[in-house]
Design a protein around this ligand. Structure first.
Ligand code: AMP
Length: 195
């Protein structure tokens, strides 16, 4: 079995939580571009330093950098059983770049799972995260930056939805429930795609 998935949805929808769960349950590899960039920043690499200001403002890192990062990562051995893209693609250019790279690598996408969550719920969840994490809060998890991340999502990421609708790949998941409820929906989808 080798499943290639995208999890799409607004910031704070729970993409990472679901991707981590699928990683364990189905032996897939979670590829979170946000985690990759946080690792680069923590290590103080050239890439990390170059994108820090964009990251802290809730803006997107350059498309070419992100496409290369994912392309290199997909080639690694731990993606052999399949992967879950979490936080990528985030722009139409990234979606097109992904199509081209997968065609080149002779790999297919199986499904794009879009998590639907109301904006008011996202803000409530953010407030809970800030209250829980105290000083460990992510530098882009302030109310102000989060609002910008939501706007960036609407302006730059939502336009990729028709791209996948046209390919008949889009599956919606109601992301408003608790983690267990949302997980059940994911399991139903994964079971359909198991080869
Ligand atoms: P995330 O952890 O997915 O919420 O991503 C956090 C931040 O990392 C985003 O607000 C962007 O600044 C940056 N980032 C993550 N993934 C991408 C991507 N695919 N394209 C551009 N920027 C990204």
């Amino acid at each position: 079995m080798s499943i290639h998935l995208i999890i799409l949805g607004p910031p704070g929808a729970g993409k990472g939580t679901q991707a981590k769960r699928l990683e364990e349950k189905y032996s897939l590899k979670q590829l979170s571009t946000g985690d990759m960039l946080r690792a680069e920043m923590a290590a103080g690499t050239e890439t990390g330093n170059a994108i820090k200001a964009l990251y802290d403002a809730g803006e997107l890192a350059p498309d070419a950098l992100m496409i290369k990062m994912i392309s290199d990562r997909i080639d690694q051995d731990d993606c052999k059983n399949g992967f879950i893209l979490d936080g990528f693609p985030r722009t139409v250019a990234q979606a097109v770049g992904l199509d081209e790279m997968l065609a080149h690598k002779k790999k297919d996408l199986d499904a794009v799972i879009k998590m639907d969550v109301d904006e008011a719920v996202l803000i409530e969840r953010l407030k809970a995260r800030i209250a829980e994490s105290g000083e460990n809060v992510r530098s882009d998890d302030t109310i102000e930056v989060f609002e910008n991340r939501l706007n960036v999502y609407k302006e730059q990421t939502e336009p990729i939805i028709p791209h996948y609708q046209q390919k008949n790949m889009l599956v919606h998941v109601d992301g408003m429930g608790n983690i267990a409820e949302v997980s059940e929906e994911f399991d139903r989808i994964l079971q359909k795609h198991q080869k």
